[in-house]
Ligand binder design. Structure first.
Ligand code: NI
Length: 270
């Protein structure tokens, strides 16, 4: 084991896992080359679980937040609870938050409202932000800009002077990614990069500097080739890193190491 990989976006907190399945996932991670994960909250129960995992396992960090799917269930008490959890040093980001106009599981205005409120919370707490964006790319960027996620004031909160915004599972064009890079965002890539015919994301990886890329699984979803069709697992982040290496003509070990450094820098982990 080399412990060289950082799965920057995973759901060990997935609510469909039985306790035995979760134990098995934990053992798999501990026996793999994955040195760190960030367990990403998507509602209140999953945020609490990510928080518990982060406190329990040295290799686990957490993000807490309300996904746009469930934003209709967000409350002021929920915001207070996110804030309280975020005070723990192992909670390293607010997320995943954003807009999802593909499924529209919560009314769009409700999605927008709680997205804005959670960006403001991340600004107030000087914390990294993990973004979910589906069929709402331009509006997500506009709201991030309007709420100061890329402002000079926010960048000054961090010693590296970058805004610490991660566009998880980036699925936009290479052209659009340039706008995000100019703003200082980092882009997360996962299983879909390995899918046949996904020329668009390959082009993104070709053009984006390695320093601005994070590798992730979004497990148990978005399983990379050659395991596509089975549930995804954090150790499969290796196949995402291997694909990045192939596209960029780099050594796999270098991609693993550099993207892990990127994730540590992004989440402010020493
Ligand atoms: Ni996710």
């Amino acid at each position: 084991m080399q412990k060289i990989l950082f799965d920057s976006h995973t759901h060990l907190n997935n609510d469909d896992f039985t306790p035995e399945e979760r134990e098995e996932r934990i053992r798999e991670i501990e026996a793999s080359d994955v040195g760190y994960i960030c367990d990403i909250g998507f509602d209140m129960p999953s945020s609490r679980l990510a928080y518990e995992h982060a406190k329990k396992y040295s290799w686990c960090y957490a993000a807490v937040g309300m996904h746009p799917h469930d934003s209709q269930y967000m409350t002021e008490e929920g915001m207070e609870e996110l804030k309280a959890m975020a005070a723990d040093p192992k909670v390293v980001a607010i997320g995943e938050i954003g807009l999802d106009f593909h499924y529209d599981l919560s009314p769009r205005d409700t999605q927008r409202y709680w997205f804005r409120r959670q960006i403001r919370l991340a600004n107030e707490l000087a914390m990294p932000i993990v973004i979910h964006s589906r069929e709402a790319d331009r509006e997500v960027m506009d709201i991030l800009i309007e709420e100061g996620a890329f402002s000079e004031e926010r960048k000054k909160m961090f010693s590296d002077g970058t805004p610490h915004v991660d566009i998880h599972c980036y699925s936009g064009s290479a052209e659009f990614s340039k706008e995000y890079l100019k703003l200082g965002a980092v882009l997360g890539v996962d299983g879909p990069l390995t899918y046949k015919n996904n020329r668009k994301t390959v082009e993104v990886v070709e053009t984006v500097p390695i320093e601005s890329l994070l590798v992730e699984t979004d497990a148990p979803y978005l399983t990379p080739v050659p395991f596509r069709g089975k549930p995804n697992r954090s150790p499969y982040v290796e196949y995402v890193a291997r694909k990045v290496a192939e596209i960029k003509g780099m050594e796999y070990g270098d991609v693993a190491r550099i993207t892990a450094e990127n994730a540590k820098r992004f989440f402010l982990i020493d």
